[in-house]
Structures are given as C-alpha cells and as structure tokens.
Design a protein around this ligand. Structure first.
Ligand code: BG6
Length: 477
C-alpha cells in the first residue's frame, strides 16, 4: 500500500451477529432475533417465504440472540484486534438498543452507554470506528406494525434514531455507513428490510418500495449528519461482485449487463442522487408500482455519499438461457457455476482476481473513494488442542489482498481500506450457524450456543498480522 497514505486495515462485524444479550439493558428484539436455525430460515432467506417466521413453536434456536457474546467481551475483543495490528473496526449499532420499539420519543440511555464504552475502548487502542447504523436490523415492533421498510413512516423513525446517535457521538465517529448492503432488500427482504409477505402479495413492488424508503432515509441521515458535524463522511454499501457473462455470446453479455444494472441500482442513486435512466422502463416492463413523493427527488439529489463501501465474497455469472447449467449459492442468492473457478473450501466460489475486476468496475462507474468493508471465507474449521490450522484462509487472504494491492498500485484505485468480515467468528446470516466460520479469531461456541465463548488465535491470525504490519507487502513474498 502506498506509504504515507492512511489506509484502514481491520475487521468487521455486525451487532445482530455478535452482541448477544438481546434483552439486556432495555433492548427489545429485532427482526434478526427471530430468524430460527431451521428450514424456515433458508426459506425466508432465499425464497421470500417469510410469513411463517414469527410463529414460534417454542423449540427453535435463534442464533441472533446470542451472537458471539461481544456485548460482554467487547473490551478483550478490541484488545485482540489491537494485537492483530488493526487500526480500524467496523461494527454496527443495534437500533433496538437505542429505540427498543423504534417508536419511543426518547432514546434508551443504557443502550447509548454501551456504545460509548465501545468507543472509549477503540479510542484507547487508537482504532478508527467505522459504524453501520442498520446492519440487517430493525426493531421487531416496526416489522409487526408497519411491515418494516415497506412503510414510509419508518423513514421518520430511522431519522430520529440516526440523529440521536450522530449527535451523541459527534466527533467520536467520522465514518458512517447508514445501511449495510442495501441491494440485499431485493434478495433477502425480511433480513434486509424487515418485510413479511402475505400470500399473493406483490413481492417485488414491496421490495423496491422498501429500497426507496431506505434511500430516502440514507439521504436524510447524510443531510442531518453533515449539519451535526461537517467532518462526517458517509458511505454507500453494496453487496458487490462483478457479474460475468457465461459466454461471449452478445445475448449473454447483455443479460450480464442487465443484472449488473439491477444490482447497482441503489448505489447508483446514492452516488448520483437520482435513479438511472433505465429504471422507469424497467418498472413498467415488470409491472411494478412504486410510490415516489414529489419532494423525494430533491432529497436524493442533494445528499449523496462521500465514498462507496462494499462487500466482496465472489463474482457472479449469468446467461440469457440457462439450459441446465449448474447453479451455486453466493451471498444472498444463487448464480451460475463458473467453470473457470476452482472448487475451494467454501461453497461460495472464490475469485480473487474478481476483486480486482470489481474494484475497477466500481471506480470507473462512480469516481469515488472505495472501501472494502467485508471480505472473507466462511468454512468449517477444525479446532484441535486450542489451535486451528486454517491454511485455506491464509491462501484466501493472500490471493484477495494481492489483487487488491495490484488494483491500487497498477490500476490507480483510490482505496480507503480493507476490513475482513467476521474477524471474530460469529453466526452466519444465511445459515445461522457459527460453524460457518470467517474469523482469524476462533470462538469456542457451537451452533446451539454451547461452549465457553473463549477466543483463540487461528494460524491466519499471525498471517493477517504480518499483512498489516508490512502494509500488505507480505502477500508478494
Ligand atoms: C454479508 C453480510 O452479506 O455477508 C454479513 O453483510 C454476512 O452480515 C456476510 O455475515 C456473510 O454471509 P453469511 O450468510 O455467510 O453470513
């Protein structure tokens, strides 16, 4: 990485997947706390069959309620990250800790104090906080009462929440990501938007409507945040990954182009302040209804983001006609299996060069500083005698960080930093299992929350530590 330029090295987590203590100090449940570890989770995640999710049999395990116990262990966790050499840490604030139902007039002081303590620890360790305001979380009460982000009323309630934390933490947090992976509302609407579907409900219109409301809330958070402190910087955040055409048949290339336009829709609006030109035709062609109020265009136009942050796990692949080509899972949806990518340890297809391609794509499109705020490999790890020999994770980090470095050094990408996802093991969103592990720090906990919750350094910890201390150079050795 270029000497003399500040570069954020570190890790990322979310409140919903790490804090646990879900009813502590006045907090009330969020949508995420009601995602069970059973078949209904996958249905809700991938198939939009969400209406049964709140009906509990009393037998379910809910991984979101336990996380990895960060609420109790934040102090020693942050110390471990410091030992790793991290100079930054991305975490999210849990909306229901601050406004338990989402509708209170006054915030929950105990919730604010928890994040105050986290910030104090980060300051002590000289680590920059990168803060997400909504990482797949909305108070459950707002899901039940308003169907989450489908209802415009939630924009005002989020505004109250965002203003409260930005005022309280003025000068202590500079980098804000109002929403995690906004494009996920199109793939996993209950998780991304707190939306429950009734039988026969027009799913896609509801999803785009929720996305529009999040775009408005994002813009209003930027407006308020800049008034509170002009130093505040705001990021779009998308689940990224270049979509390749399955072949060079122009029909496949066109299919890939279309898919990218849809995937980049929300970040386009966040960067350019308006919907792209294809969008009205797209709505008409798909028969979608979207309510946009007259004042919305000006709000979106006036309040655009300062940087574009994104997660990268894999590229995607598409064809005009699938004709029985294999599909594989990726982040939040399925895609065609890319025959050029070797089978790795993870179910999602690893594509390190795809990260360089994605960085170039986003810079060419947006001309904004970019920020990798999630990247990593989720695998089963073997924990034997206090050790995890995760050479596959070392290999993954080496490949991805090398491509990132080449993108900066040879392609001129303006990159703010690299944050590894799930740096301390935490339950996965899609599967709900902590046995799908991402961390360089192992957590002694199984999928049913048995275990001591003790932290152990995996082999990849030492490797990432070397990456950071050499400012990336070690990946070329
Ligand atoms: C991203 C999310 O989509 O992917 C994370 O922002 C999530 O919250 C990560 O954990 C990995 O996905 P999964 O399903 O393996 O947890």
């Amino acid at each position: 990485m270029k000497q003399g330029k500040q570069f954020f090295w570190g890790g990322a987590t979310s409140a919903a997947q790490s804090e646990g203590s879900y009813l502590a100090d006045g907090r009330q449940p969020s949508n995420f706390d009601y995602l069970p570890l059973d078949d209904r989770r996958l249905k809700a995640v991938y198939k939009n069959q969400t209406n049964s999710i709140l009906h509990s049999t009393g037998e379910e395990i809910y991984p979101g309620r336990n996380g990895n116990d960060f609420y109790q262990r934040y102090e020693s966790d942050i110390a471990l990250l410091k030992e790793l050499g991290a100079n930054s840490f991305r975490f999210s604030i849990s909306w229901p800790r601050i406004f338990p139902t989402g509708e209170e007039q006054e915030p929950n002081e105990a919730g604010l104090q928890f994040y105050e303590k986290v910030l104090t620890e980060l300051e002590k360790q000289q680590m920059e906080p990168i803060v997400t305001l909504s990482h797949f979380e909305i108070p459950l009460h707002l899901v039940k009462k308003y169907n989450g982000w489908e209802n415009r009323k939630v924009v005002d309630l989020f505004q109250r929440y965002a203003k409260t934390v930005m005022e309280r933490f003025r000068g202590r947090i500079k980098y804000w990501i109002p929403f995690n992976e906004m494009n996920m509302v199109l793939h996993i609407p209950y998780i991304g938007g707190g939306i429950l579907f009734e039988e026969g409900q027009d799913n896609l219109s509801t999803q785009y409507q929720a996305g529009h409301h999040q775009l408005l809330a994002n813009a209003l958070a930027i407006e308020t945040g800049k008034q509170i402190d002009p130093e505040n910087q705001f990021g779009a955040m998308l689940a990224a990954g270049k979509t390749y055409a399955y072949t060079c048949d122009p029909k496949d290339v066109f299919a890939a182009l279309q898919q990218e336009k849809e995937n980049l829709l929300f970040s386009d609006v966040q960067v350019f302040g308006e919907y792209p030109k294809f969008f009205p035709h797209f709505l008409k062609e798909k028969g979608l209804n979207l309510t946009i109020q007259p004042e919305d265009s000006a709000i979106l136009k006036k309040n655009t983001v300062d940087f574009v942050s994104f997660s990268y796990y894999s590229s995607a692949c598409t064809a005009a006609e699938e004709n029985g080509i294999d599909r594989v899972a990726t982040n939040g949806y399925t895609t065609l299996r890319n025959p050029y990518l070797p089978k790795g340890k993870s179910v999602w297809q690893d594509d390190p060069l795809g990260l360089r391609i994605t960085l170039n794509q986003l810079q060419d499109r947006y001309h904004k500083p970019l920020f990798i705020v999630e990247n990593g490999i989720g695998t089963q790890d073997e924990f034997i005698d206090g050790a995890v020999h995760d050479d596959y994770r070392i290999h993954y980090l080496q490949g991805h960080i090398k491509n990132m470095m080449l993108a900066v050094e040879e392609d001129g990408i303006d990159l703010m930093g690299y944050l590894m996802w799930g740096i301390i093991d935490l339950p996965s969103v899609s599967e709900g299992k902590i046995s799908k592990r991402y961390g360089v720090i192992y957590v002694d906990q199984d999928d049913e929350n048995n275990g001591s919750h003790q932290r152990y350094k995996k082999d990849s910890f030492a490797f990432y530590q070397k990456i950071i201390s050499s400012n990336g150079a070690v990946v070329f050795e």
